[in-house]
Design a protein around this ligand. Structure first.
Ligand SMILES: Cc1cc2nc3c(=O)[nH]c(=O)nc-3n(C[C@H](O)[C@H](O)[C@H](O)COP(=O)(O)OP(=O)(O)OC[C@H]3O[C@@H](n4cnc5c(N)ncnc54)[C@H](O)[C@@H]3O)c2cc1C
Length: 428
């Protein structure tokens, strides 16, 4: 019997993969919430109104899993305890279920306990479908004029964008000096300019400990994101230094037979070589798949790790990062050099717009360590090229000679990535 706790990206990927590898395995997924398999990444667009119906974000239903995959998916099934010696979980209802292998895909949560007044009706988090629906109803029924968004990670920035598009006056408050979890002042300056050009005020160095200090009709708290590790800890699994569940490259925890995947789990950072916690949907799907495969038995499957790639749209412009910024690289013990350039995304005669690229490499080895791309078009493809180079541990000279596509509707003859690489070369 394979038990999976959590019925979103990681949990359902695990269950589906296990079923594919073992048609006879008994598989049950336990989800405490009312829905499964929804794309949380679409929530800001539901708030914005681009996605009109919450049902559009739901990919599969429990009935689908039951009928098409023979996987028993139970909603409203809150696991409150695990006893690994007995190989048993207990639900809030008191029911106990036995397992041979367990996949913990319990995700993460917004911990707003550090902010007084967070339980008021005009205060929101944006983490679940229910959160987004509540926010939509508030916008429709109360017609707020001003909003304060606390925390300038990507969810806060996306929430600010969505609320501004509803016509609210939006202030984005960030405790640190940088945004989007990137220690990079130039990147932050570019984000600030884009926000301010579209009427969102960004205040860095603004620690918020009480909602009542904020003069706003509505407040969004996108802070205190924490992995849900309680069940894993109770089962005796090691919690890593990042605070998430420690795993090996088979996504198994330190307790044999218990796997962890998605936002609750650590993975290896392929640039630093160290465990990291970067909770993202893309990693949740992949680690879930690997955990499910290994929990089902058979040939081992491995998840090598991540390089920390992310991309956010802010009023139509993409802000993308991967690997390490220059200061992050320095903190990790590298001796980084960096080059930052502006270049056209396409030939000017074909409506090219300015793309900003930064590349970071190690002075000693010339190995690429990270990069960022900001642009109105082509940014996703470009950050993916840098991400692939990081994963392949590529050196600057190899990167400089990459055979990238060129045709005026898509790119210039010298791609901004190659121009950045040439500039970086001059620093060696
Ligand atoms: C607003 C927003 C935008 C995002 N945008 C992006 C994006 O653009 N790109 C990207 O890569 N990622 C994005 N993400 C992140 C992505 O959605 C998550 O990384 C992904 O959902 C994690 O999947 P998961 O299955 O690990 O965890 P979750 O989706 O959190 O699912 C965990 C599930 O486990 C259940 N659970 C927890 N504890 C128990 C228990 N004890 N018993 C039973 N059930 C339990 C929870 O109810 C939950 O449904 C976004 C997230 C949000 C909130």
């Amino acid at each position: 019997m394979l038990l999976v706790v959590g019925g979103v990206a990681a949990g359902l990927s695990a269950a589906a993969r296990a079923r594919r590898l073992d048609p006879r395995l008994e598989i049950t997924v336990l989800e405490k919430g009312p829905v499964i398999s929804y794309g949380a990444c679409g929530l800001p667009y539901l708030v914005e109104g681009r996605v009109r119906d919450p049902r559009q974000l739901i990919v599969y239903t429990p009935e689908y899993f039951r009928q098409e995959r023979r996987i028993d998916v139970r909603t409203g099934a809150h696991v409150v305890a695990v006893s690994h010696p007995r190989r048993e979980v207990q639900l809030a209802s008191g029911e106990r279920l036995r397992y041979d292998r367990l996949v913990l895909a319990t995700g993460a949560r917004c911990d707003t306990s550090g902010v007084a007044g967070a339980e008021q009706p005009h205060v929101f988090t944006l983490h679940t479908l229910g959160d987004a629906e509540r926010m939509r109803a508030f916008l429709r029924d109360r017609r707020p004029k001003t909003a304060a968004v606390v925390g300038a990670g990507y969810i806060g920035v996306e929430a600010a964008d969505a609320l501004r598009r509803h016509g609210l006056r939006v202030t984005l408050l960030e405790r640190g000096s940088n945004v989007l979890l990137r220690d990079d002042p130039a990147f932050t300056a570019a984000v600030r300019k884009q926000l301010e050009d579209h009427g969102v005020e960004l205040r860095c160095g603004a620690a918020v400990d009480s909602v009542d200090a904020l003069a706003a009709d509505m407040v969004v708290l996108s802070i205190g994101f924490r992995p849900n590790v309680e069940l894993a800890a109770q089962a005796g699994a090691e919690i890593g230094r990042t605070g998430a569940v420690g795993t090996d490259d088979r996504m198994e925890t330190s307790v044999r037979g218990i796997f962890a995947a998605g936002d609750c789990a650590e993975v290896r950072h392929l640039v630093t070589g160290r465990p990291t916690w970067i909770p993202l949907g893309t990693t949740a799907n992949k680690t879930g798949r690997v955990a499910g495969a290994n929990a089902a038995g058979g040939a081992p499957e491995r998840f090598p790790g991540v390089v920390g790639t992310s991309i956010v749209g802010i009023f139509g412009r993409a802000f993308a990062t991967t690997g390490l910024s220059q200061s992050e690289a320095r903190r990790e013990g590298f001796s980084p050099v960096a080059a930052r350039i502006d270049a056209p995304s396409r030939p000017r005669y074909y409506n090219g717009s300015t793309t900003t690229v930064e590349l970071v490499a190690d002075r000693q080895t010339a190995r690429l360590l990270g990069g960022s791309v900001i642009g109105d078009d082509g940014a996703a493809g470009r950050i993916d090229v840098i991400a692939a180079a990081l994963q392949a541990r590529m050196r600057l000279d190899d990167f400089e000679s990459l055979d990238l596509a060129y045709s005026p509707p898509f790119s210039p003859v010298w791609d901004p990535l190659l121009i950045a690489a040439q500039q970086l070369r001059k620093q060696f």
